[in-house]
Design a protein around this ligand. Structure first.
Ligand SMILES: NC(=O)c1ccc[n+]([C@@H]2O[C@H](COP(=O)([O-])OP(=O)(O)OC[C@H]3O[C@@H](n4cnc5c(N)ncnc54)[C@H](OP(=O)(O)O)[C@@H]3O)[C@@H](O)[C@H]2O)c1
Length: 298
């Protein structure tokens, strides 16, 4: 199997922009972008952009005709919008589907059960089922927490410099990858279709802890206080369970489950292997991690 014609969906998003850059620069791939009808996203260069109705399998299938692979970087809030996309890819004869995962280890059964991931698990299960009986294959890309985004959005540490929620003491190692390295991983999958067929690949820049990130942040921006609030993961997810039972479906409810996926002992957030060498992902030295932290907390 070889992959030449690639469609990217969600190309204007936070991760999508990086994947777009990487794939648009690849002379061995032809890139096409699918954009939602009504989206105001714009794209540099001469990449073909097609507006589609995500509510219509027929409209999507027409846009996917002749394509070898679909890469989806659709937003967390609209994962279910991939349902039609998967069926359209199947009917258009697409060979490889990479769904919008790009985070926690969803091969881990405890992580699969976390409520925040149910829409991703639905898509995952459908792709596995399709691959059993058709020629459409899948690859799931797991990269742990986004290092750059996680600091920028004050998710891994609070970049403002105070009240970082330090989970269970802050010394739990977890896998992180920055957006550009995730994009390298996606390119690696597309250029190694046989080796990445019908499986998850693990991409990892480094293993870090919250205390390590805080230490690096302190060095980079010593004038900020870097105060912390110690929290217990079990307390956070118990509170989230209560909010979920009340039907409160917001980040305050889902955030703790993301923490569980990253820090939970049972959840596989510290990868025990990675596919960096196969995919051409370089990883980061401690100095390079420090540079990323510095860039985002200054
Ligand atoms: N590992 C981590 O730490 C981490 C952190 C954040 C996100 N993620 C994951 O990375 C993936 C991408 O997330 P992101 O934050 O980059 O996404 P995002 O910026 O929120 O959005 C990505 C794109 O999705 C498209 N989109 C939005 N609503 C849509 C809809 N209803 N139908 C079709 N397309 C729609 C838009 O593209 P157009 O306007 O061009 O159509 C948008 O630019 C997700 O799977 C997310 O869970 C992981």
């Amino acid at each position: 199997m070889s992959i030449k014609n690639v469609v990217l969906v969600g190309a204007s998003g936070c991760l999508g922009v990086e994947v777009f850059k990487r794939l648009a620069a690849a002379s061995d791939l032809n890139l096409k972008v699918l954009r939602r009808n009504g989206s105001t996203s714009t794209f540099p260069g001469n990449v073909q952009v097609v507006d589609v109705d995500f509510g219509s399998v027929e409209s999507l299938a027409a846009a996917l005709a002749g394509q070898d692979a679909v890469v989806s970087t659709i937003s967390s809030e609209h994962i279910a919008a991939q349902k039609n996309l998967v069926e359209a890819a199947l009917s258009a004869g697409v060979k490889r589907f990479i769904p919008s995962d790009f985070g926690s280890n969803l091969a881990n059964e405890a992580t699969q059960r976390l409520p925040v991931f149910l829409p991703k698990i639905d898509i995952r299960n459908r792709l596995i089922e399709i691959a059993k009986t058709t020629d459409m294959t899948y690859t799931f890309v797991y990269n742990g927490a986004f290092l750059d985004w996680g600091i920028d959005q004050s998710f891994l540490i609070n970049r403002a410099g105070d009240k970082t929620q330090v989970v269970d003491g802050g010394d739990i190692p977890f896998s992180v990858t920055d957006l550009a390295s995730v994009a390298d991983g996606v390119y690696g999958v597309l250029t190694h279709p046989e080796e990445t067929k019908n499986r998850a690949v693990y991409v990892e820049d480094a293993k870090v802890t919250q205390n390590q990130l805080l230490g690096l942040a302190k060095q980079a921006a010593p004038s900020k206080s870097w105060d912390v609030e110690h929290v217990a993961l079990d307390d956070l997810t118990s509170a989230a369970d209560k909010r979920l039972a009340q039907g409160l479906l917001d980040f305050q409810t889902f955030g703790p489950y993301l923490y569980r996926a990253i820090f939970g002992k049972e959840n596989g957030g510290n990868f025990d292997k990675n596919d960096n060498a196969l995919l051409g992902v370089k990883g980061k030295t401690e100095e390079e991690v420090a540079e990323v932290v510095k860039h985002h907390v200054k």
